[in-house]
Write a protein that binds this ligand. Structure first.
Ligand SMILES: C[S@@+](CC[C@H](N)C(=O)[O-])C[C@H]1O[C@@H](n2cnc3c(N)ncnc32)[C@H](O)[C@@H]1O
Length: 285
């Protein structure tokens, strides 16, 4: 009989358990994709209800990590939470220069602002910062983080997943900048993303600039939109091929100016950032 030293059991067993857990998660993902492929998709309203239920109830550290709260265990003292917004601000500034966007940032809106990782970098530059989210507690957290870094007024706009259009009247007027990061991947369906693009166009002043991040599909089966089982696959619910999102934005009335790709980062993979301009009205520059 071969005896296994206790120290080996202590080090190898947890790794084996981790591997087994990862394999189980992958198997579940494939299972749901297979079901969606053979037509067992859930309706948009069912997925929207599951999404509302998930984000509205603050749960554990994993939930706070998913909503990008600063104190979530996943961020610890890695500096990653700060880096998210700092990199997005740099990217926006570079894209704005390239697009010739030089209007003042009187009103900046972030769709799905989460715990404020971007807000703390953009709000100090804005006349007003508008955070739209489906979770009231997350909006409170975002307001707290913004208040800790600047005096810029913070306007929280809580919406229901099923009725994103309700934001339009509550924002009360146009914005100069529309942002959305780490949100389009977890909306119910690609069609829902089209609704958000139309809302973004309506909220932006003529001449305003949107920066929207999506997760892209490289057309492999496992990178397509998921269409079912929200809770077990939040971050892969909705994807678009890059060219299709560009054309979708055009159909919604935007002029796409540029796309920036991040094939992999510390959080996940296959990100594309689109700079989308609402054309100025004739006679306006
Ligand atoms: C991954 S966090 C991203 C937070 C922030 N944008 C960032 O980059 O750090 C996703 C946020 O989107 C919100 N959210 C989910 N579905 C949404 C929807 N349909 N409309 C607006 N916000 C949504 C969630 O409540 C959560 O706060």
């Amino acid at each position: 009989m071969i005896s296994t030293p206790a120290s080996l059991v202590r080090t190898r067993l947890p790794k084996a358990i981790q591997r087994a857990k990862r394999a189980a998660v992958e198997a579940e993902k494939l299972f749901h994709r297979a079901l969606a492929t053979v037509g067992a998709r859930q309706s948009q309203s069912r997925i929207a209800a599951d999404s509302q239920d998930y984000w509205q109830h603050q749960a554990d550290g994993k939930w706070r990590g998913n909503a990008h709260w600063r104190d979530a265990p996943v961020f610890g003292d890695t500096g990653l939470w700060q880096k998210i917004g700092a990199e997005h601000l740099d990217l926006f500034e570079a894209g704005a220069r390239m697009c010739g966007f030089d209007r003042p940032w009187n009103r900046v809106l972030e769709w799905g602002c989460g715990g404020g990782a971007n807000a703390v970098h953009f709000a100090p530059r804005a006349g007003e910062f508008i955070g739209v989210d489906i979770a009231a507690e997350t909006l409170d957290e975002c307001r707290k983080q913004v208040g800790a870094v600047c005096d810029t007024p913070f306007r929280p706009v809580a919406i229901d997943v099923a009725d994103p259009e309700s934001a339009v009247s509550r924002v009360e007027g146009w914005c100069d900048v529309f942002l959305s990061f780490y949100v389009f991947e977890l909306i119910p369906t690609p069609e829902y993303g089209e609704r958000l693009l139309r809302i973004a166009l309506e909220l932006l002043a003529p001449g305003g600039l949107a920066l929207i991040q999506i997760k892209y599909s490289d057309r492999r089966w496992r990178t397509r939109s998921r269409h079912r089982a929200y809770r077990s696959g939040l971050a892969e619910m909705t994807t678009y091929p890059i060219d299709e999102f560009w054309q979708l934005a055009q159909r919604c009335g935007f002029t796409p100016k540029a796309v920036h790709l991040v094939p992999r980062n510390e959080l996940d993979e296959r990100y594309a950032y689109f700079f989308l301009l609402r054309e100025p009205e004739t006679g306006e520059s």
